[in-house]
Each structure stands twice: as C-alpha cells, then as structure tokens.
Design a protein around this ligand. Structure first.
Ligand code: PEP
Ligand code: MG
Length: 564
C-alpha cells in the first residue's frame, strides 16, 4: 500500500448507536450470483431435488442460528426460515427447471419473480424483499456448494461493514467480536439501526463508499457523531479512547431516575422486543419499559398465539421489572411489521393502510385475546402494566380502544401519537385515554411523506426537521390541555440533544434503546426545565433540520456537548 492509501480519511454518516470502536474491517460477503455458464439440467427431477435440498439447508442453518440468538433475533431468523420453506418458491423454481434452467438460475429466477411481485405490491410485501433475496442468495450458494453470503466467520474483534444488513444478519452478530457496525445504506429508523442500538454495538449508517473500504483495513468509528476514520493514526484512536473513557466516567457520575438539574422528573425507560430484552433491561438502571413492541415476539408465528401462550410470554417480560412500569403496545401488525396471522391481504400502500389499531379493529378477536393475556399476566406478576394502541388517528379510535382495555380489566390505557392527524388533535384524542406516547419514527415518516424504510430519504426523516418538531409541539400542547401525560418512544428520545428539546416541549418520559439511557440521563441532569424550554424554542426557530441541531448544540451545556 502506498503512503497516500494509508493516510487517515474521515467520512460522515448518521450515528445510530452510541459509543466508539476501532478495529479491522470485515466486509459482509455480497450475494452469490448463479454462474453465467450453468448448464441446463440433464435430469430435471434430480435438479429439483437439489433445489429443495438447498432451500432446506438454508432453513435449517437459519434455525440453528435462531437457537442461540436472543429473542428479537430468534423471531427474525425463524421468520426468514419460513420463507426458505415456502412451497410456492420451490414450485416456481421447479417450473423454471422444467423450462431448462439450471438449479442456481432456477432459484434466482423464482426469487426474482416473487421479489418483483412483492415490490409491485409495495409496503408490507416490499419489506420482505431483502429477506427473500437473502434466502435466495443463500440457496444459490448452497446449491453451488460455495460459502454463503453474509457476515464471514470473525475471529478477532472487528468492525462489520455492509451495503445494508438483513435484519437476520444484524440480529445474529456476535456481540463479543463485532465491536462496530457501518452500513452504506440503511436509515435512522431501519431495522439495522434499531437492533444495533438494542444490542449496544456502536453503529453508523449512510456512510458513503463504506463497501469500498478493503477488508482488513483499520477503521475507527464514533456512533454518536456518525464519524468514521479509515486508517486512523494512533493519536486519533488514543484520543477517541480517552474521550470514550471520559464519557463513561462522566456518565457514571449520574444514576437513578431521570431528573433535570432543577428536579423535574422525566422517566427514563427502555424499548424492548421480548423476554431476553426484558431480562437485560431490567438489570439496568432505568425506570421500566416505555415500549414493548409485542409484534416482535410473533414475527415468525404462522397462527395467532393463544391466550395461554401469550400469557406465559408476558409473565416472563413483566416479572423482572417488579413494580416498575411496563408500557405494552398492542400488536402493531402491517406495513414494516408484517405478521402472517394478521394479514388482511395485499394493499397498494400498506403504510397508509389497515395496519396497527386499524387492523385489530377489523380483527377484534386478536386484540381481545392479547388484552386478556396481558390482564392475566399483570395480575399474576403484580406489575404496573399500561397498554397502548399503535397508529391511532382519531378520538373515536382512542375511545374504542380504552373501552376494550377497561373491559378486559386493565386499568391504564394509552395511545401512540404517530399520525400527524392525532398529534394535531391530541387534546381530543388524549382526552379519551390515560396517556400518550409520541412515536417519532412514524410521525416523521407521515409528516414528511417519506417512507421510513428508504435510507435515501434520511434527511427528510430526520426528527430534527422543524416541521416534525412543530407537530410534536402541537401534540404536547394538546396533551397539556387534555391534562394527560405524554412521552416519547421513537428513536429520537435516545438523542441526548433532541431529548432536551422534547422535554422542553412537554414530554414527561423518554423511552429508548437501553444503551442510550446513560447519556440522556446526563443531558437532563445538566439542564434545567427552563433551559430545555429555551432549547425547544431555538430548535423551532430554525429553518432546516441542520440548523435546528446546530442551534441546540451551540446553546446546550458544554459539559454535555464535550461528550458528544
Ligand atoms: C415509532 O413509530 O416511533 C415507534 C416507536 O414505533 P415503531 O418504530 O415500532 O413503529
Ligand atoms: Mg410506529
């Protein structure tokens, strides 16, 4: 390598999981393509048997990985294994074999047929295309007898780099050896971002040219600043390490409930996706759960879980929290979170379709079974369980949900505020419930009309967008008029500077990936409520998202900004 190739080079992306890391790059192997010169099969039946065996190998390897993964990962891996066992896929490949294609091309052709249909259907189905192509590429590798695509075997602490990671890949990364994560695509609220933060692995997404960094080259990344340095000089690594240590020390000086400097309480809560997350989060210094995404538990279920099955899971989630609060979101099925047993069929625009509460309104038996199970588990564990509905748009929907929650003997009902319509009329919507929780991931998506799964639209999806801040402000003002508490459980709650703005706007709780709690606690502790309110005013005076962030950074307490 020439001297110029080893010069340090710093690039900027979006930091989505806090912390710093450095190490050699491991590039995720790209998908395996069928060879151009693959011959037509001599024996079509034997070729079809090879194809079926390849799909089965993929299904089994995903299930083997699932067996040792945590529960969010397990669900994702099992859901992907189900795709590999899809009979329609093998049948489509069979047709292509009989038309003279070799096994690898037949697999690829069948997957692409499905992918084109899914993409045309959009939303819910389009979200499955990454997983579908991942299965296809693994099956092609299996039928060709070459190593599978994806994360190679890692033996030393490394930084994993990819175009984007399938949820299955992110969820199964070995936390002990994967010290950092960088993707060229992805977005703030993509699966990769949510899971990396949940797993506590520092991560940067949307890094230009990431996949061009040669394997083995040393990089240093900062998951707070969204900065990656290729070939960092030892001084930079040292400085980053020192900063990391100083940060850890500073953060360790604060513990206990979230409080502003002048004593305003802001509950610091965890976002979780299942039993293992619950056990992990309950062991930490936080005040409970602000968002239990129950649909994550059932991603791979083909049949609706029974009341007894659900009760057992909820019991295991609630028990570790003792008397701390656990806010449970009822099934948010549809769009980016499809569930096989709660599928109302193809829709043109699933993100705008019958998802979340709208879906359970059409299938009330799903909601009732869930509420019944939650009520039993709450009674048996004595936990402070509060239930909230996703994707609520109107006061009538909120009233309908509250009635059902109360009929099932659960005392506290709330709604997610993630639809701009509900945010603008929060006064009426929240009057029907006990509390509100701002889902800023979807609120940004719908306010800016930008699909949250499109990494390319990251700038529009930025929760610092002044329009998004205005909608949040309207929701907080409505909550105040209705006399109901409102919190935040979207990814924005874990951004320490934005957390100050949210508190300034009126949020009384913040729920986030557990790894983000310490820095948010620190941020609150060095600002008074009045200062948070001033920061909120400054952010809303900005014309652009960058300006909003810049104004707040300039005005925030230096004790915090020097750690960021
Ligand atoms: C949100 O939309 O902000 C949210 C917290 O829910 P999810 O990311 O699960 O849609
Ligand atoms: Mg949402």
């Amino acid at each position: 390598m020439s001297a110029s190739e080893t010069r340090p080079e710093t690039k900027h992306g979006i930091g989505v999981s806090p912390g710093t890391a450095h190490g050699p790059v491991v590039q995720v192997a790209p998908p395996v393509r069928p060879p151009a010169d693959e011959p037509a099969p001599v024996d079509a039946e034997a070729a079809l048997a090879d194809v079926k065996a390849a799909f089965e190998t993929v299904a089994q390897s995903l299930e083997t990985r699932a067996a040792t993964a945590d529960d969010t990962a397990q669900q994702i891996l099992k859901a992907t294994a189900l795709i590999a066992r899809d009979k329609g896929l093998a049948k489509a490949a069979g047709k292509l074999i009989h038309a003279g294609r070799g096994p690898a091309h037949a697999i690829d052709g069948a997957v692409e047929e499905y992918a084109a249909q899914f993409e045309a259907l959009g939303g819910l189905f389009a979200e499955r295309v990454t997983d579908l192509r991942d299965v296809g590429s693994r099956a092609v590798a299996a039928v060709l007898g070459v190593p599978p695509p994806g994360v190679p075997r890692i033996t030393v602490p490394s930084v994993v780099v990819a175009e984007d990671l399938a949820p299955a890949e992110t969820a199964t990364l070995d936390r002990a050896l994967v010290v950092g994560l960088i993707t060229e695509a992805g977005g703030r609220t993509s699966h990769t971002a949510i899971l990396a933060a949940q797993m506590g692995i520092p991560a940067v997404v949307q890094l230009p040219g990431a996949t061009q960094i040669p394997a083995g080259v040393h990089v240093a990344l900062d998951g707070d600043a969204g900065e990656v340095t290729i070939n960092p000089d030892p001084a930079l690594v040292e400085a980053q390490w020192v900063r990391g240590e100083r940060r850890k020390e500073a953060l360790a000086t604060h513990s206990g409930p979230g409080l502003t400097r002048d004593g305003k309480q802001v509950a610091l809560l965890a976002n979780i996706g299942g039993v293992a997350d619950a056990v992990g989060a309950a062991a930490l210094d936080l005040e409970g759960v602000g968002l239990f995404r129950t649909e994550f538990v059932f991603l791979s279920a083909s049949k609706a879980p029974t009341v007894a099955e659900q009760t057992e899971i909820y019991r295991q989630v609630f028990a570790p929290f003792g008397s701390r609060r656990v806010v449970v979101r009822t099934l948010d099925a549809g769009a980016d979170k499809p569930l096989a047993f709660a599928d109302l069929g193809p829709e043109e625009n699933p993100a705008l379709g019958r998802r979340g509460l709208r879906l359970t309104a059409e299938r009330p038996e799903l909601l009732d079974a869930q509420l019944e199970a939650l009520a039993i588990a709450a009674r048996e564990t004595g936990a402070d369980v509060r239930v909230m509905a996703p994707m609520v748009a109107t006061a009538e929907e909120a009233a309908w949900f509250t009635r059902r929650v109360r009929e099932n003997g659960l005392p506290t009902a709330g709604v997610m505020i993630e639809v701009p319509g509900a945010a603008l009329r929060a006064r009426d919507v929240l009057a029907e419930v006990d509390f509100g929780s701002l889902g800023t991931n979807d609120l940004a998506q719908y306010t800016m009309a930008a699909d949250r799964m499109q990494g390319a639209l990251s700038e529009l999806l930025d929760p610092w967008q002044p329009a998004v801040l205005d909608v949040i402000a309207a929701a907080c003002a409505g909550a105040d008029l209705a006399g109901r508490p409102i919190g935040v459980c979207g990814e924005s709650a874990g951004d320490p500077l934005l957390a100050l703005v949210l508190v300034g706007l009126g949020a009384s709780s913040l729920s986030m990936a557990p790894s983000k709690v310490p820095v948010v606690r620190f941020a609150l502790s060095v600002h008074s409520l009045a200062e948070c309110q001033h920061l909120a005013v400054a952010a809303r005076e900005a014309r652009t998202a960058q300006e909003a962030l810049q104004y707040v950074r300039e005005r925030a307490n230096g004790e915090l900004t020097e750690l960021l």
